[in-house]
Design a protein around this ligand. Structure first.
Ligand SMILES: [Zn+2]
Ligand SMILES: [Zn+2]
Ligand SMILES: [Zn+2]
Length: 314
């Protein structure tokens, strides 16, 4: 266990590294919270902190030590077990050979085998309006190269947009329920919250908020999917409601902007290179040689219990 400081000046001497972003991380179950401006953390996370601090000393950019995302990006890179999805890249579109590749109707991401989801424009089946459907798609302009709704009333969407729209549908549905609890509801009671007609519902699908940099961005051409290990630090990371995140119980797929995805991938390539250029047994790497490559050792930390990694196993 190592110690990390959240504020300047709590350490014994000046020059001790500190990270205000630690204040913004929720404390995971079983972990000790911030006390006297410091937390305990595992060696792996500490190495990431050292790396951030090194970059901070060089650039003096406060952003590095105050934003959660600078930690999350590095943490993800260090922990990356499986690579990113076969790049949902929106670049070099034109160069693809006369493709019949389908693209997401909403964000324009290319859809690879297994990554294509269907949204209903009209109520599917005859069993009424319970299954999500999205009539607004008939008037919503498709992303460039996206196919309009086909004869069966289906449009193709990527994992992130598909789950986002279904989540928004569910919100609309729930809004219509619960007239039985009028007084406890915090909803302003002027309008008795009639369920909005599924035909008239409005959906937010122009923009999203990047998980890493938390900037709101245009969805078309900017939304990228990043696959991450299902670690609590990602699950509990503070995020906006407009952040896109799909949790299938095995891994997380999150919406990142083009720049953040590039940063994550660059980090992963570096890591792969280092791994390839030979580090011996991972057992040896667990010991304390300060000179060892930091990244190669992070792999072991999938079950660390420190507040930073948020993986509380007991
Ligand atoms: Zn999409
Ligand atoms: Zn971003
Ligand atoms: Zn840790």
């Amino acid at each position: 266990m190592r110690v990390a400081y959240a504020q300047a000046g709590v350490g014994k001497s000046r020059g001790v590294m500190y990270f205000p972003f630690i204040n913004m991380l929720p404390c995971p179950p079983n972990a000790q919270g911030l006390s006297h401006g410091r937390v305990h953390c595992c060696t792996q996370c500490h190495l990431i902190l050292e790396e951030i601090w090194g970059a901070y000393r060089l650039s003096l950019s406060e952003e590095l030590i105050s934003s959660v995302s600078s930690f999350l990006v590095r943490y993800h890179t260090a922990m990356a077990i499986e690579g990113c999805e076969p790049a949902h890249s929106q670049r070099g579109l034109a160069s693809r050979s006369g493709s019949s590749m389908s693209v997401c109707y909403l964000c324009g991401a290319e859809l690879f085998a297994g990554g294509e989801y269907q949204l209903h424009v009209n109520p599917p089946g005859r069993c009424g309006e319970r299954e999500p459907f999205f009539p607004f798609l008939t008037v919503h302009p498709p992303a460039p190269r996206a196919k309009p709704a086909d004869a069966t009333g289906l449009v193709s969407a990527c994992n992130l947009c598909y789950h986002d729209l279904r989540a928004q549908w569910a919100l609309h549905e729930n809004r219509g329920q619960g007239p039985s609890t009028p007084s406890t509801s915090s909803v302003p009671s002027g309008n008795p919250q009639l369920p909005s007609s599924p035909w008239a519902r409005q959906y937010n699908c122009e923009a999203f908020v990047c998980f890493f940099c938390r900037q709101e961005q245009r969805r078309q051409g900017r939304l990228c999917a990043v696959t991450m290990a299902r670690l609590p630090v990602f699950l509990y990371a503070p995020r906006s409601t407009r952040t896109l995140l799909v949790d299938d119980g095995k891994r997380l797929v999150i919406g990142a902007c083009v720049e953040c995805k590039a940063m994550v991938q660059a980090g992963q390539r570096m890591q792969q290179d280092r791994d390839r250029h030979g580090h011996g047994s991972s057992d040896e790497e667990r010991r304390e040689p300060e000179s060892a490559s930091p990244r190669s050792r992070h792999k072991a930390s999938a079950d660390c219990v420190c507040p930073l990694s948020h993986t509380a196993e007991g």
